[in-house]
Design a protein around this ligand. Structure first.
Ligand SMILES: [Zn+2]
Length: 144
């Protein structure tokens, strides 16, 4: 979760090794989440989560803790802003498609306005919501 697919950096506030506790028994550094027991099981005590200005001694110790550097956080922010922009380009680009198919249920593959790849769109006649998924890795995918 700390490492977002395609991002060159890391999100602030998480150890770079953290990954979903629901999906994985360990973090990417191989530390088992169930080694944190008792009070250390609370998220506020888990070393994976780093709040700005927090005292590290209030956390359970972890030998593999590695907070992201300022450079890594900046790289992620820049990447995330680009992603947002990409989605904005697509949303503007598909507006005519949305208008054309309003009131229908329709699924169609169109040229992606962001990357010129294949963008699969579907619209619901029920609520007009559009789902989109671009076949290009790291391009847009959303559900309304
Ligand atoms: Zn695309």
């Amino acid at each position: 979760m700390s490492k977002i697919k395609g991002s060159p950096g890391y999100r602030a506030g998480w150890c770079i090794h953290f990954q979903s506790m629901g999906k994985f028994p360990t973090c990417e550094a191989g530390v088992r989440y169930d080694t944190f027991t008792g009070e250390d099981r609370y998220l506020s005590r888990m070393p994976c989560f780093i709040k700005p200005g927090e005292d590290p001694s209030s956390k359970a110790p972890c030998p593999h803790l590695r907070p992201p550097t300022a450079e890594e956080i900046a790289a992620h922010k820049e990447w995330a802003a680009g992603r947002l922009n990409q989605l904005g380009v697509v949303m503007t680009g598909i507006q005519p498609w949305r208008e054309k198919h309003r009131g229908q249920s329709c699924t169609e593959t169109v040229e992606c306005p962001a990357c010129k790849g294949s963008l699969r769109l579907s619209i619901s006649s029920y609520n007009g919501h559009v789902h989109g998924h671009c076949s290009t890795e790291d391009c847009v995918s959303w559900m309304e």
